[in-house]
Design a binder for this molecule. Structure first.
Ligand code: NAI
Length: 333
């Protein structure tokens, strides 16, 4: 069988452990993949003075598919986020984050089934900041029609393709009248092209309250970059935390798959991280490559291990380390 070649970025913190875990599970499932693996990120920068080696970028440009583990970004100083850079460089405009209740995981919410569509290339993440004086800084929120259209259309197209009922636009157009106003007005225009999908909108602050009171009312949600970043972590808290939410970053030509969480320096190297979010991201990659059967086999094995509840990692109130959990999944496979 022909193998798909994919680029793998090993990243920082818990990144290398997660890559090791994912490759083990993918191998056990017989995934038809071959890998071009690169060290990238803060640690690589300290070693070789470059965040991403040129060969790593060349690989992604060739394969167009990447499994990426998290990367550390210095806070308030230092280099620009490599994630933001990659998303911009390859116009990976749609950050898609499915958040679903897992029956085996105890949370106050049972029926969460939300897919977040986060605009991934602009907004306040464009990095346009002007230091006016020592006491005044301006951060520009960049909003362009093509980027709004791309993410909003991606949300509606996904709704149609996946038999979903409703798309909610999340915004702050009551205050940020022009920038968020344009996003909302484009949303309303595009919604008319999809008469079978219910379309509504909510202000971001109200949305946060509704999410922690009645999350089951939401289906697909589409929003600008910063709102999507924050709501993704909020929503992950509804279903068991950052260890269980995967994502894809989709552009017209390239696709990058990663967990929603970061490099978790507080638990790095301890082999106690939950690899589920990263494994599910690898499954989204297999779906993208047309290998849905293999992805489903892995998802089934993970479901079985989660449902049995014997080998859960600590974030899910178990005692297992990452290796025990991964071995249990491989056993099922
Ligand atoms: P984080 O997501 O790395 O961690 C937040 C909390 O969740 C920590 O207590 C951590 O231990 C826990 N956690 C995260 N993933 C987990 C997992 N798989 N299993 C068990 N527990 C897990 O967020 P934080 O601490 O704010 O950021 C750390 C670094 O990661 C920063 O440098 C940040 O810029 C970077 N980051 C990178 C991302 C990426 O590469 N896509 C995304 C988000 C943050």
């Amino acid at each position: 069988m022909d193998k798909h070649t994919v680029t793998v970025f090993r990243g920082d913190g818990i990144g290398p452990e997660l890559v090791e875990a994912a490759m083990k599970v993918l191998d056990c499932a017989g995934a038809p993949l071959s890998y071009e693996v690169f060290d990238v990120g803060e640690a690589e920068y300290e070693r070789n003075g470059k965040l991403i080696p040129d060969e790593a970028l060349a690989s992604f440009e060739r394969t167009r598919v990447m499994l990426k583990s998290p990367i550390t970004t210095p806070v308030g100083k230092g280099f620009r986020s490599l994630n933001v850079t990659l998303r911009g460089k390859y116009n990976l405009y749609a950050n898609i984050r499915p958040v679903k209740s897992i029956p085996a995981i105890e949370t106050p919410f049972k029926n969460v089934d939300i897919v977040i569509f986060r605009e991934n290339t602009e907004g306040l993440y464009a990095g346009v900041e002007d230091v006016i004086s020592e006491d005044e800084v301006h951060a520009l929120k960049i909003v362009t029609r093509p980027a709004c259209e791309n993410i909003i259309r991606a949300a509606f197209d996904y709704a149609v393709k996946n038999g979903r009922k409703k798309v909610t636009c999340v915004h702050k157009a009551n205050i940020i009248k022009r920038a968020d106003g344009m996003f909302l007005s484009i949303f309303r225009d595009i919604a008319k092209e999809y008469p079978d999908i219910e379309a509504d909108d909510k202000i971001i602050d109200n949305t946060c309250m509704q999410l922690v009171m009645r999350p089951e009312q939401f289906d697909i949600m589409v929003m600008q970059n910063l709102y999507g970043d924050i709501l993704s972590d909020l929503c992950s808290g509804l279903v068991g935390g950052l260890g269980v939410v995967p994502s894809s970053n989709m552009g017209a030509d390239h696709a990058m798959f990663e967990a929603v969480h970061g490099s978790a320096p507080d638990i790095a190297g301890q082999r106690i991280a939950n690899p589920t979010a990263f494994l599910w991201s690898a499954c989204l990659m297999l779906d993208h490559l047309g290998e849905k059967d293999c992805a489903d086999r892995i998802r089934n094995a993970i479901d079985q291990v989660l449902n049995e509840g014997k080998h859960l990692t600590r974030d899910l109130h178990g005692n297992a380390g990452m290796d025990e959990y991964v071995d249990a999944i491989c056993e099922k496979l």
